[in-house]
Design a protein around this ligand. Structure first.
Ligand code: SF4
Ligand code: SF4
Length: 73
């Protein structure tokens, strides 16, 4: 089974929550305890093992913050 890795260009994130909303397995959340320099809350991944690699989060992000990679075991 493939595993996935998400990387975030955090300084480009505007905290809009679109990625959170569109993730079909609901593993993304806005984390108010983490902010970028512009003061926006950053996205945290709650359980990367549940990621199905659909890339919806990356496609929905208006600022191309997220990169989704598959990792072969
Ligand atoms: S790739 Fe799909 S399943 Fe994984 S975090 Fe993004 S939207 Fe969710
Ligand atoms: S869609 Fe992009 S800009 Fe919006 S919260 Fe997610 S990572 Fe940040």
């Amino acid at each position: 089974m493939k595993e996935h890795r998400l990387t975030f260009n955090n300084e480009a994130c505007k905290g809009c929550g679109l990625c959170v909303h569109f993730c079909p397995v609901k593993i993304l959340q806005l984390d108010a305890s983490r902010m970028n320099q512009a003061g926006y809350p950053l996205v945290s991944v709650t359980d990367i093992k549940k990621c199905i690699g659909c890339t919806f989060c990356a496609m929905m992000c208006p600022d191309s913050v997220i990169r989704v990679e598959s990792i072969d075991e």
